[in-house]
Ligand binder design. Structure first.
Ligand code: SF4
Length: 972
């Protein structure tokens, strides 16, 4: 228990509401002490300021950091970095497993150096939610959820054993097991406390010190928690590891964009429509790298669940956060979700004492920029077909799909001939288990659905034949016609929406009306329902709505990310074959937040984001080239046309059911004793010991090379000479292009690696699940089937030209896989660079996109602009991010990969954002110099780069006794 400091006399007490007093670091007093005009600062900045003040220890956080932030200027220069010590960390399993692998590797490195491995220990609470691994192999049947869960455990046993080792090896590392929910929804409903406390002493007397709940998470959509007034955002796993080990998360002082909300949503408009509208508006307003703070009467009137839906999509609008301040709605939400009365009172009293309670009104806060949105102007919308910010008014979707069909690929279109649009193609009937929902020509007759039986499943059971992964869901017993624009995947998925009972109930109500009118879903549509927590199933069951969703094929498939992360599972082979043969522009409709190419499913090119009720509506319609405001969705059992407006639930109908959704007792029951409620998790064996016993034969968990030759001295910053291009890419290369999460192809380098180790194709699992194995992940870097390397025009996939000359057997410039070219260059000591366009590294935070880049031997990435997290991850892995000056690009320089590159001006005196020179030597021998900006943005990043990355830096600090454990780090 440490004595809390009393800098500026800020250590004060407040009434906890239970007759006792708590201590806090008072922001009001900071202003009274003349440090800065704190009460005029955006609420989000004040919450970060509290953390800076509380953690001010003269080492990691200095008094000048407090003064600088207390005097934040709305439009000041943004050169100062803020050292932000977060209160806790959340992880999902795709990013959490490699993070745990790194921690285990650091322990191994310390043991090899003869140091105590237990020096590596998270100093803040860490919660990992296993949500990314469940895949929709089975859908449309009553047992889909249990069968998918079974397969999940079968595929991921090794990873789960490793997680269980971590639970016993690290004191503050907890795991929410599979089958419980999605990290951000679990965070909102259960993990988040809103205010935390730790034992401390005030003037020598024991006291509980209260402080705001703040966090970082290794998932971009960590921002969902901003809807509950909690500061937090997504960081790379590398930064999260540093945060765990006591390093502050450093970020440049941000601009704060205030979004003044007025009015209210109209009848027929959902929170999803609002989130898509906000995404489009804020993308245009260029909020990348900024805080966004919503305020005004419109914000105050929104319930927390709607705020969370909007906050969730902050990565899509590009902001660091989409923050809603704390108010009575937050207290109500905490109560409704089962947090204790005592805690709710302490929460409210804490924020009142800090002057942070209530949504600000116009004029109370000085923002960098103010934007205006009248909620009454929001209309029903979808977004797509390739980017979440491309919002389309619902009535315009038909026209937009048709326009995108013929638009050039370079303009986000599909580049197809107009005469192809109306053609349809036959999917032949093939035997086998059907994975799709629906019942126009039902696999499972509607009557059978009601009773929970499925002829195909029963047939399999009768044959007593286990279903191998490879043949799951391959059959199409009744066949049918599909065409461009056919909906083949309809997924109610993603924490963005499943955390919001209003849209989930609306989906159920729409399904009910559709069933009552006799509508059915075409069996070629693979429908699925994957909520982010079991609470959703509880209220859908209690309201009787799940029955109707089941009858349309929206059976529960699991509690996890599923389609949102691309785990949509296989389509029937016959469908896939037709798509491939005719290069069909088939569609998915999903309530997710991302729709980049190949994200949802490798075969589906047009992906539209929308609210859960619209997902059901488009599943019924079976196509996206339809104007649902005018054309009928289908014919009812009475032979009459049924329109969307006939099915759409009223606001009142949804409100009437909302009470049943937020029942504190249900939350308390479902969020306790995870292990006890999950026998499969209990069956996973638990390893022992503080050091992990690496198994060289494992294809899931391997000791990464990052610390294998670790020394206590950092290297020197030197110029890069004689580098070759590994890839030249266009705009909007996503982290999924760089490090795909989905399927591993047999012919890809990673597939060959697994095959050589005796792994059958059906057991390949996904790249995401193999992030604990650097060998797979390095081979998978730039292996996305849709990535286009301009060095090899006209190709898709991870190929390049190899210019290694000394050790390579291929001819100079021969087309090879990116991995093979990189290894050839590595063998002969040739450094590599990657050249890219705008928004390089956009998409989910994915540290393997940086780790894989580094392990391929890439020393610098030169881009026109970078996504925030990926840029910092590159630095965190010792890869230099360089930015072309405005007007310069690979295209203006006419780069084709035959050049060699030098980066000049790099040295020990490197300064953040310094100008450097990129020298090109063309094949002709012509030499040109190009000025570039070094996107090492902060002084601490210079240190990281010098040490070869953030983890070697932290490890050396630990060994030198300057790092973890040296500061007062708050704990819950
Ligand atoms: S559901 Fe989607 S947004 Fe939510 S955590 Fe999973 S992948 Fe991320």
């Amino acid at each position: 228990m440490s004595e809390a400091h009393n800098l500026f006399g800020t250590l004060q007490t407040f009434d906890l509401g239970n007759g006792r007093q708590g201590a806090l670091h008072s922001l009001r007093q900071l202003e009274n002490a003349g440090v800065g005009p704190v009460s005029r600062l955006p609420v989000s900045i004040r919450l970060v300021l509290e953390a800076v003040l509380r953690n001010c220890d003269g080492k990691r956080v200095l008094e000048e950091n407090v003064r600088a932030l207390a005097n934040w200027k709305p439009t000041g220069p943004r050169t100062e970095e803020i050292p932000f010590v977060v209160a806790r960390i959340v992880l999902q399993d795709f990013t959490g497993v490699p993070l745990l692998v790194d921690l285990a590797a650091m322990r191994s490195a310390l043991a090899r150096l003869g140091k105590n491995p237990k020096m590596i220990e998270p100093l803040v609470p860490v919660d990992l939610v296993v949500d990314h691994s469940v895949q929709v192999d089975y859908a449309g049947t009553p047992d889909a959820m249990s069968r998918n869960l079974e397969l999940e455990f079968k595929r991921n046993r090794e990873r789960y054993e490793f997680l269980k080792w971590g639970m016993q090896a690290f004191g503050t590392f907890k795991v929410v097991p599979p089958g419980i929910g999605i990290v951000h929804q679990v965070n909102l409903e259960y993990l988040a406390k809103g205010v935390l406390s730790c034992p401390s002493t005030v003037s020598g007397q024991p006291s509980a010190l209260y402080y705001p709940d703040t966090l970082v998470g290794t998932d971009s959509h960590t921002t969902m928690i901003n809807g509950l007034g909690i500061v937090g955002w997504g960081v790379g796993g590398i930064e999260a590891e540093a945060g765990m080990l006591g390093q502050p998360v450093y970020f440049l002082t941000p601009d704060v964009v205030g979004v003044h909300l007025t009015g209210a949503l109209r009848e027929g408009v959902t929170a999803t429509d609002l989130a898509l509208t906000v995404t489009e508006r804020l993308r245009k307003a260029k909020v990348v790298g900024k805080f966004v703070e919503f305020f005004g009467p419109g914000a105050a009137a929104l319930p927390v669940v709607d705020r969370a839906t909007i906050a969730n999509m902050a990565p899509e609008y590009g902001a660091t956060m989409g923050f809603f301040p704390i108010d009575a709605e937050c207290v109500s939400y905490l109560r409704a979700t089962g947090r204790s009365e005592e805690h709710c009172r302490a929460y409210e009293n804490y924020y009142r004492a800090q002057g942070l309670f209530g949504i600000p009104k116009r004029g109370e806060i000085q923002y960098s920029v103010e934007l205006e949105l009248d909620l009454a102007t929001v209309v029903p919308s979808v977004a797509g077909p390739k980017r979440p910010q491309d919002r389309i008014r619902l009535p315009d979707l038909k026209r937009e799909f048709q326009a995108a069909f013929t638009r050039p690929v370079s303009e986000s279109g599909f580049g197809r001939a107009v005469q192809d649009l109306g053609r349809s193609f036959l999917v032949s009937a093939t035997p086998g288990f059907h994975a799709g929902g629906g019942s126009q020509e039902p696999v499972m007759a509607p009557e059978a659905r009601k009773h929970g039986t499925n002829p195909q499943t029963e047939l399999e059971m009768a044959n007593n034949r286990p279903t191998p992964d490879s043949v799951v869901a391959q059959g199409v017993p009744h066949g049918g016609q599909i065409r461009h624009g056919s909906v083949l995947i309809a997924a109610i998925t993603s924490c963005t929406n499943t955390s919001n009972p209003s849209v989930m109930l609306a989906a159920g109500l729409l399904a009910k009306k559709a069933v009552e009118r006799g509508l059915q879903v075409n069996p070629l549509v693979k429908a699925s329902l994957a909520p982010g927590s079991r609470v959703v199933s509880d209220y859908l069951t209690r309201t009787g709505l799940q029955t109707y969703l089941d009858q349309l094929g929206f059976n529960l498939v699991g509690y996890g990310c599923t389609t949102c992360i691309g785990n949509s599972g296989p389509l029937p082979a016959a469908v896939d074959e037709v798509i491939g043969k005719y290069d069909l522009i088939a569609a998915s409709v999903l309530s997710g937040n991302r729709n980049f190419e190949a994200r949802v499913h490798q075969s589906i090119k047009a992906n539209f984001l929308m609210s859960p009720p619209l997902v059901v509506a488009f599943a019924l319609a079976g196509r996206v080239d339809i104007d649902l405001s005018r054309e009928p969705i289908g014919k009812g059992k009475d032979g009459e046309d049924v329109f969307l407006k006939d099915l759409w639930p009223t606001l009142q109908e949804v409100r009437d059911l909302m009470q049943s959704a937020l029942t504190p007792a249900v939350f308390r029951k479902l969020y306790r004793d995870f292990a006890g409620q999950n026998p499969k998790w209990n069956e996973i064996k638990t390893g022992a010991g503080t050091e992990y016993q690496w198994d060289a034969t494992s294809t899931y968990i391997q000791e990464p090379p990052f610390f294998q030759e670790f020394g206590l001295q950092s290297g020197e910053i030197r110029e890069i000479k004689g580098a070759r291009a590994l890839g030249i890419f266009g705009d909007s290369v996503t982290t999924d292009h760089i490090s795909p999460a989905g399927t591993i192809k047999k012919s890809a380098p990673a597939g060959r690696y697994l095959t050589e180790r005796g792994v059958a194709v059906e057991d390949f699992n996904s790249y995401g699940s193999r992030r604990g194995n650097d060998q797979v992940m390095t081979r998978g870097t730039f292996a996305n089937v849709r990535i286009k390397n301009l060095m090899v025009p006209g190709t898709e996939g991870g190929v390049t030209r190899c210019f290694a000359s000394k050790t390579c057997e291929c001819a100079p410039g021969e087309q090879v896989s990116i991995y093979d070219a990189a290894m050839a260059c590595k063998r002969e000591g040739t450094p590599l660079v990657v050249i890219a366009g705008h928004e390089y590294g956009t998409g989910s935070s994915r540290d393997w996109a940086a780790k894989g880049t580094a392990l391929l031997g890439v020393k610098a990435v030169v881009a026109q602009s970078f996504e925030r997290i990926h840029r910092s991850n590159l630095v965190g892995m010792g890869v230099l991010p360089l930015q072309f000056k405005e007007g310069t690009s690979a295209r203006t320089l006419k780069l084709d990969g035959t050049e060699t590159f030098d980066v000049l001006g790099l040295g020990q005196n490197l300064k953040p954002q310094q100008d450097l020179t990129l020298r090109l030597t063309r094949a002709s021998g012509l030499v040109e110099t190009v000025p570039v900006t070094c996107r090492i943005d902060t002084p601490i990043e210079v240190d990281y780069y010098q040490h070869g990355g953030i983890l070697p830096f932290v490890l050396r600090q630990l060994v030198a006794g300057q790092g973890a454990g040296s500061g007062a780090v708050a704990s819950a």
